[in-house]
Design a protein around this ligand. Structure first.
Ligand SMILES: [Zn+2]
Length: 127
C-alpha cells in the first residue's frame, strides 16, 4: 500500500479553496477541515476503498478524509481527465460530500448527497 508521502502543495491549495467554496455554498462560517490523503496507485486505491474500483473513479469522501488518487497518476492509473480544472471540480465535489455529511451525519439520501455534490462541482467554473 503506497500513500503519497511528499506533500503536493498545488493540490493542497486547491483542496483548501474547494473547501472554502463549498463552505460558502452551504453557508458555513467556520469548520474543521477534513484531511486529504493521496493514494499512489490503483492497487492502493482499491485496498483503501475495500473493493476493485472502476478506472474512472479517482476520489471519495469518508470519515473526515478525502481520498484521492495522486493527480500525477491519473494518466496511467485512471481514465479520469487530468487538468487543473478537473482536479478543482473533483475536490469541490468531495468537499460538498464533507459538508453534506457534517449536516446530516451520513450520506443518505444518496440522490440528494450526489445531486448537491454534482451541482457544487459545476459551479466552480464561475469561481
Ligand atoms: Zn460523489
Amino acid at each position: 500500500m503506497k500513500l503519497n508521502s511528499h506533500k503536493n502543495d498545488k493540490v493542497e491549495v486547491q483542496f483548501k479553496e474547494s473547501l472554502d467554496f463549498a463552505a460558502a455554498f452551504y453557508d458555513v462560517k467556520g469548520y474543521s477541515p477534513p484531511k486529504l490523503v493521496l493514494l499512489e496507485d490503483r492497487e492502493t486505491f482499491n485496498i483503501a476503498k475495500g473493493y476493485e474500483t472502476q478506472d474512472w473513479m479517482v476520489g471519495w469522501y469518508a470519515a473526515r478524509f478525502v481520498f484521492m488518487l495522486s493527480p500525477d497518476k491519473f494518466d496511467t492509473e485512471s481514465s479520469h481527465p487530468n487538468s487543473d480544472e478537473e482536479i478543482k471540480r473533483l475536490l469541490t465535489h468531495e468537499a460538498a460530500h464533507f459538508f453534506f455529511n457534517a449536516f446530516t451525519g451520513g450520506d443518505k439520501p444518496v440522490w440528494l448527497n450526489e445531486g448537491l455534490s454534482v451541482y457544487g462541482k459545476i459551479l466552480p467554473k464561475n469561481m
